[in-house]
Ligand binder design. Structure first.
Ligand code: GRF
Length: 200
């Protein structure tokens, strides 16, 4: 059985969507460990309630790589095959990225490369785009810059607020994150430069 490692810092709704799909047998893996750098992250509380193995690893005051080494050590301890960032509010060091080549996923609430970084939904509203969405991508050392695995599009409506738009995007996030996990776990994709393509 393949093993997932989940990293989160907050609400954890993407983690919960993944956990539901694992539970339902829709993702061929188990969640080996849920790690958070925030002790009071709702996602960490939910993971405990679900009976999953959790670890709180504080990041405050630590050098980026020192923290990442602690996280990687735990992921290796649990023999994690695929690392899923789910609202994990930290940039990864090159050390971390190299330890899991093409084996770290992130979800971002915009159609990358548009609107990277924080407040992607607000950026989309302010820019005036008519469509936005979400992106699951492989993680490299940059901020939301890795190769794109899956995207989903949602319309921006005239009466949208940041909250209504975020909710519409989130529903798609919950759907495509699990799809992307399956694509990688089932070895259905190949890499050609920045492009993630279906295997023939
Ligand atoms: C999501 O919008 C995700 O795209 C972004 O952070 C948010 C995390 O939400 N990276 P949740 O913690 O999964 O509910």
């Amino acid at each position: 059985m393949k093993k997932l490692g989940i990293l989160l810092s907050g609400r954890g709704s993407n983690f919960e969507a993944i956990a539901r799909n694992v539970q339902a047998g829709k993702i061929p893996a188990e969640i080996a460990v849920v790690i958070s750098n925030k002790q009071d992250a709702i996602g960490l509380v939910r993971a405990r309630e679900l009976g999953l193995t959790t670890r709180f690893i504080p990041s405050k005051g630590k050098e980026r790589e020192a923290f990442d080494r602690e996280v990687v050590a735990v992921l290796k301890e649990f023999q994690v095959d695929l690392v899923c960032l789910a609202g994990f509010m930290r940039l990864l060091s090159p050390y971390f990225v190299w330890e899991f080549p093409n084996r770290i996923l992130n979800i971002h609430p915009a159609l990358l490369p548009a609107f990277p970084g924080e407040d992607a939904q607000r950026q989309a509203l302010e820019h005036g785009v008519k469509f936005t969405g979400c992106t699951v991508h492989l993680v490299n050392e940059g901020m939301d810059t890795g190769p794109i695995v899956c995207q989903a599009v949602v319309p921006v409506l005239d009466d949208d607020t940041e909250a209504t738009l975020a909710a519409r995007i989130l529903a798609e996030e919950h759907r495509i994150y699990s799809e992307a996990i399956c694509l990688l776990l089932e070895d259905k994709v190949r890499f050609e430069g920045r492009r993630v393509l279906w295997k023939a």
